[in-house]
Each structure stands twice: as structure tokens, then as C-alpha cells.
Design a protein around this ligand. Structure first.
Ligand code: FES
Length: 92
């Protein structure tokens, strides 16, 4: 486990306790990527698994942490606007 850098409270508040309490532990054990590195990448704009993989190498092993990374993206990213027909609106 390593020292966890400062993460803004507004982002910490979006995470369940078990994630907040384990930010310094490796989420991606294949590549030894601590959870706070992944959280930091998501906060900085990595909103897809591919973005997170490119920036952190998490999910780049056998992919066993993909679901956990997806959940972090869900917790930390604002929901995309949805059109009345149920489709997500594209960003302009
Ligand atoms: S734990 Fe991340 S790819 Fe295996």
C-alpha cells in the first residue's frame, strides 16, 4: 500500500465507504495499479475502460479488474443526458 494523494471531497463523497477506505490498495493486481491512480485518471477525464487502460494500464493484464473499474467510472462520472427515446445524447 502506498500513500494516497489528496482527492477532493466532492469526488470521495461519490464513492462507497469500501472504496474510500482502500484508495491506496491495488485495484489492478495484475499491473499493481493503486485505486487512487485509477480514481485520479477518471476525475481527470478518463470516462471509458479504454481511456483508463491507456492512462493507467489498469485492466491491461487478464482483465479481471474491468468490472471494478467500470463501477468506479459509474460512481465518479456524471450520468450522460438521455433523450426521451432512451438514447444517450452525444456531447457537442
Ligand atoms: S487485476 Fe487488472 S487486469 Fe488483472
Amino acid at each position: 500500500m502506498c500513500d494516497v494523494p489528496f482527492v477532493e471531497k466532492k469526488y470521495l463523497d461519490k464513492l462507497p465507504d469500501f472504496h474510500r477506505d482502500s484508495l491506496g490498495k491495488n485495484l489492478c493486481v495484475c499491473n499493481e495499479i493503486p485505486k487512487f491512480i485509477i480514481v485520479d485518471a477518471i476525475i481527470a477525464g478518463a470516462t471509458t475502460l479504454e481511456d483508463v487502460r491507456k492512462q493507467t494500464y489498469a485492466t491491461d493484464g487478464n482483465g479481471c479488474c474491468r468490472l471494478q473499474v467500470e463501477r468506479l467510472i459509474d460512481y465518479l462520472c456524471e450520468p450522460k443526458p438521455v433523450k426521451p427515446n432512451g438514447l444517450e445524447e452525444e456531447k457537442i
